[in-house]
Design a protein around this ligand. Sequence first.
Ligand code: NAD
Length: 493
Amino acid sequence: MVMKSGGVQIGSVLFPERAVFIDGGWSTIRSAEVIPVSNPATEELISEVIETPPEYLESAFKSARRALKTWSVTPPEVRASYLEALATVMLRSREELARLASSEIGMPISDARSTQVDLPIQVLKSFAELARSHAWEFEDQSGSTIVHEAAGVVLAITPWNFPVHQIVAKVAPALAAGCTVVLKPAELTPLNALAIASMCAEIGLPPGVLNVVTGTGLRAGRSLVALADYDVVSFTGSLAVGRQIGAAAGGAIVRMTLELGGKSPALVLADADLESAVRTTVKNCFVNAGQKCNAPTRLLVPEGSLCDAVNIAKVVADKYVLGDPLLESTTMGPLVSANQRRKVNEYIANATSSGADVARRSADIPSGRGYFVNPAIVSKVDRDAPIVREEVFGPVLVVQGYRSEEDALEMANDSEYGLSAEVWSGDQEKARAVAKHICAGQVRINGARTQMPPVSPFGGYKRSGIGRELGPSGLDEFIEVKAILGARAGWPK
Ligand code: NAD
């Protein structure tokens, strides 16, 4: 990434500083309040974005509404070709986009390549494929014609932890369905969203199909939600904000998709390979320094294996190399902000003072700047402790022993969340049978990662949210269904 005077350049992608993308063009708003964007590994300023003033938020919605007329009736195969063109441009700027994401979030560069570029490219391609293959119009058993149409203008509000993926997981299905979008990315990581806007301009996406405005949740976010000039709101973030957005969407009677938090269990059955289960769970839990909504943060093992599991986990945790996320040798970057670091440290201090056993290196944090925290393995903790029940969003794994399989399932499901879970067993069929009893939107067997193409639904039971992302279920969130009654001439044949 190169900072030009007044602009940011990522490979061949260039966008102006302090500007928002509305109606296919950039509006630089000099009078607007400025929000600094910093690198969490160095605490240095990377760039600045603006708190978009209300009149520009309104024009973003107006632009999306205007564009909807044409985009919603653009043939699905044409919409698909735009998604593929965007994937091609992303691939061309792969390294620069990964470096930008890494600098904004603090994610190790190899993870940024795979989760912030390669995965979004696969998601774009999968929705292009779905746009082409989806049954947009068909006859039902009664002879009525069922028409699938764009649900309308979408308000997309996204978080900072996997920002490019989280944006593409909303924008790709929305565009595939013929919807137009107003996107507000997280204030901590807005630059990748502006880079995507610039790429959309480059591929000639019609004006107004994607609009990107920046700002804080409390100002721009709240104002966008309150404007209610949208037909669908798709939000990923915290439970607290999800509640507010859900209440507003309920009041306005608009469709909503809420991807909220998780406190996911990794359930290791007695016949599992303990060493492999624990090692992989620690790694899955500590991806992006634990700032991952579906991280397996509660490791459940048979009571008799608790000591061994904790020891294995400690060995893996101790091997993490903290440091500059842009170095290939770094395996854990900083947390995204000082606030996030304070929150994580408070959970650990609280657990320690309540008598939990917390294994955590005291040294090896890069000296000087950056929001680094050492990974922690927590055991001997009460089942109702905050660190067991609440989303910590840091490199913290809680290890608990269970008395029986029944007890294990009860512990696994004893959470207000239900985003994802893992089951480990030497017997795949047994693991699958146990998986069916777990209240979670995704259950991974023996540490499975996201399958390719990324079309399996992702989303939560219980307080983890409403709706699904990815694949056909993700497309459905942006589709309105119409039944035209009255059989066609000649029906039934
Ligand atoms: P957040 O919910 O505060 O913010 C997410 C997005 O919503 C951001 O774009 C933010 O600007 C916006 N926002 C915030 N308040 C808003 C409001 N009142 N109205 C409209 N938009 C608003 O999440 P965060 O601050 O990014 O992180 C806080 C916690 O949320 C984390 O510690 C974690 O527990 C959770 N989180 C979960 C996920 C997930 O994928 N499930 C992702 C990020 C964060």
